[in-house]
Design a binder for this molecule. Structure first.
Ligand code: CA
Length: 228
């Protein structure tokens, strides 16, 4: 699960990032509003933690702009004590939940779980597309009676593409989603893993195709001609 943390208090952000990683989140951190907004607008996150007071642009403004652009990622706002109307403003601007600083880590994690459950429960159950199904427990791709194990990256590529079916996903979105900001992965990795993933689709004799456009991909149920 990929999480975005926008928080300008560096020590707090570092501590939080570490806790989130231990909890199994892949966390990207931005310390200012402008960078935070750009990251939110990539649309690659499962959940976002947003501080209110940030240099560049405040958290409310970030949510408002993101929602205007149709980005529905659940947002948890962090508000400082004393910012009395923050709760109201946060929910008005499109945030899904808020938490007052200082908070207990346990409380934060519980809120995150609630937000992602709400957001992902539909997608989690329906990890099927066309003639294929992804099995999270066994990390495998199933088509009819055929199945094959997927590597972590292959699984996440297919999961991301199925969750965003109907959309064209750019190389940048895929690279950020699968490898993250901090990674030194070359953009070429996306091409390489995309070809591995396609081979697996062929291996289980699926009719599902990953259609390529220049530097972008889209998953579709049936190829014009069989993939094999
Ligand atoms: Ca702040």
């Amino acid at each position: 699960m990929r999480l975005l943390l926008v928080e300008d208090e560096i020590r707090m952000a570092q501590a939080l990032s570490e806790i989130l990683r231990l909890e199994g989140y892949e966390a990207d951190h931005f310390a200012d509003g402008t960078g935070g907004l750009a990251a939110v607008e990539n649309g690659i996150y499962d959940v976002i933690i947003l501080d209110v007071m940030l240099p560049g642009m405040n958290g409310f403004e970030i949510v408002r702009r993101a929602r205007e652009k149709g980005i529905r990622t659940p947002v948890l706002m962090l508000t400082a004590k004393g910012e009395l109307d923050d709760k109201v403003t946060g929910l008005d601007s499109g945030a899904d939940d808020y938490l007052t600083k200082p908070f207990m880590t346990k409380e934060l994690l519980a809120r995150l779980r609630a937000l992602t459950r709400r957001h992902l429960s539909a997608a989690d159950k329906g990890l099927s597309f066309g003639d294929i199904t992804l099995n999270k427990d066994t990390s495998s791709l199933i088509c009819g009676e055929n199945s094959v194990r997927l590597s972590d990256k292959e699984f996440r590529i297919l999961e991301y593409m199925i969750t965003n079916q109907g959309q064209i996903l750019t190389r940048e979105q895929l690279a950020l989603r699968i490898w993250g900001y901090d990674s030194e992965a070359e953009y070429n990795n996306v091409e390489v893993y995309m070809s591995f993933t396609r081979r697996k689709l062929g291996f289980v004799r699926s009719k599902t195709e990953i259609k390529a456009a220049p530097e972008a991909w889209k998953i579709r149920e049936e190829a014009a001609s069989p993939v094999l």
